[in-house]
Design a protein around this ligand. Structure first.
Ligand SMILES: Cc1cc2nc3c(=O)[nH]c(=O)nc-3n(C[C@H](O)[C@H](O)[C@H](O)COP(=O)(O)O)c2cc1C
Length: 465
């Protein structure tokens, strides 16, 4: 698809903002940003429950079956939250907030009764349009009618009976997570869901992945743009003193990062299929051994592509130095209060999954900043440096990544990035290898050069070509 990588996304882009700023935003003294305090009142929320600012999230379709009842729902921000077991979090509204945010009672009931779901992806086009149209037009209480109304062909999944779209290019099949021991011997998943603000978050343990054969064989590719596109109008704010990311420190493990991602490619792991059926390569994921043991770096990689974005999670160190961890497992879980989850590795599995220095800082400080990066050479260089070097080894990690830091505040601000959510930690859920830190958004900062005529552009879909 290169060199016109971005051109292919143009028809499917979402742009933020449409209008900005609204009444609750105030300009900072230096004129560089607008600030909004959170949470909002119930009345404000009822009048407009759209997210108050942009956060890049993928969208997927989810199906369930209980008895002869099948149901379809769309989920924004499904996110891999834990590596062993391999768990996907899906969040559904459970209390009425507005016309837009209404409870998904029927779907949740069927999911809880059947204990299984299929998470699937269609490339943007008429078929995805029909599935999304059925979700939009048919009320939640009649969710069982949606699959029929979409007119799309379905078949049962490989590991359970929930339907799979014949036209899905990728399917993640899973069951609600069962109680197991985490890497520290602790009990996890005593319950396969967690109520977080206005939403219920389900932990779906993935047991089977289906990938279109042509993709598994490298004859077609999934193109995923993992960061929004944006053109800053203010000059890039570098670290002081200026530094070149990567100079001064090397980590033992070098995780690469490309926001314009192609799967499969020479840089990605191959898909290790163990069966073929219906034009799909199929991989069954082995259940977790009783005692989790050391897993080598390659086995710890994700077994297949899953669309995710990235946030820069910031905290203050003990000596007042800032830290930042690029965190791919970051997602918005609840709308009221607005709660952002960042999933951080606490397990000592191997070099790749070692406990992050950020874990202790988050617990001590009880707050984090969640900044939204975008496609920019210096931002990507900062992600690569900060995503491979620990604060434990380089306490000047943020400066060395090339990013300026705004002093003051409960969490360090990153003024080079267009949007930042400042969050107070209201919970921590251990998931086996990763801990999910729940941050209630208290303040949002949006740079003044983010405008309707200069929006962030984001595509929530992978494009298959
Ligand atoms: C693209 C990318 C995504 C990452 N996502 C996560 C994640 O979701 N959770 C996590 O614990 N580490 C993640 N990491 C790894 C951490 O960023 C990395 O280990 C970092 O050096 C930890 O810093 P700390 O020890 O100072 O906290 C990611 C790294 C990169 C490059």
């Amino acid at each position: 698809m290169d060199p016109n990588y971005d051109a292919a996304f143009r028809n499917f882009e979402y742009r933020w903002p449409e209008r900005f700023p609204g009444p609750r935003w105030t300009r900072t003294e230096d004129g560089r940003a607008f600030i909004r305090n959170m949470p909002e009142t119930a009345e404000e929320l009822q009048a407009d429950s759209r997210w108050p600012a942009f956060f890049p999230s993928p969208i997927c379709l989810v199906t369930v079956r209980h008895g002869d009842e099948v149901a379809l729902e769309k989920v924004v921000g499904a996110s891999i939250v834990n590596r062993f077991p391999y768990v996907l979090a899906l969040s559904f509204c459970r209390v009425p907030l507005s016309e837009r945010h209404h409870p998904r009672h029927r779907f949740m009931e069927l999911l809880e009764k059947s204990g299984a779901a299929n998470v699937q992806f269609l490339s943007p086009g008429p078929l995805l349009g029909r599935a999304m149209g059925a979700v939009a037009e048919i009320p939640e209480a009649q969710t069982r009618e949606r699959l029929k109304a979409s007119g799309l062909g379905i078949r049962p999944g490989e590991s359970h009976g929930a339907p799979v779209f014949n036209d899905a290019y990728m399917v993640y099949e899973g069951h609600l997570a069962r109680p197991v021991k985490g890497f520290e011997g602790e009990r996890v998943y005593d319950r396969p869901w967690e109520d977080v603000g206005s939403h219920r978050v389900y932990f779906l343990e993935i047991n089977c992945i289906q990938l279109q054969e042509e993709i598994a064989e490298g004859r077609r590719h999934i193109h995923w743009r993992g960061l929004p596109v944006w053109s800053p109008r203010l000059p890039f704010q570098p670290a002081e003193p200026p530094s070149v990311p990567g100079e001064g420190f090397q980590s033992a493990y070098q995780k690469g990062y490309a926001p314009r991602y192609v799967f499969p490619s020479a840089a990605t792991a191959g898909f290790e299929q163990d069966a073929r059926k219906h034009g799909m390569a199929i991989k069954h994921l082995a259940p977790l051994p009783e005692d989790q043991v050391e897993v080598d770096n390659d086995r710890a990689r994700w077994p297949c592509f899953f669309p995710s974005s990235l946030a820069m999670i910031t905290t203050w160190g003990d000596d007042g130095r800032p830290n930042v961890i690029p965190c791919g497992s970051t997602t918005v879980l609840s709308r009221s209060p607005m709660i952002i989850a960042a999933c951080i590795s606490y397990a000592r599995i191997n070099v790749r999954y070692a406990p992050r220095a950020s874990i202790d800082l988050l617990r001590k400080r009880g707050a984090f900043g969640c900044a939204v990066p975008f496609i920019h050479e210096r931002v990507v260089a900062a992600i690569k440096y900060a995503g491979n070097v620990s604060f434990r080894d380089d306490p000047d990690k943020v400066a060395r990544s090339g990013l300026a830091v705004e002093p003051g505040g409960e969490a360090p601000g990153l003024p080079a990035l267009p949007i930042q959510y400042d969050c107070r930690i209201v919970g921590e859920v251990k998931l086996g290898t990763h801990a999910m830190f729940l941050g209630e958004v208290r303040r949002i900062r949006v740079r003044t050069d983010v405008q309707a005529e200069n929006p962030l552009k984001w595509c929530p879909w992978g494009i298959v070509e």
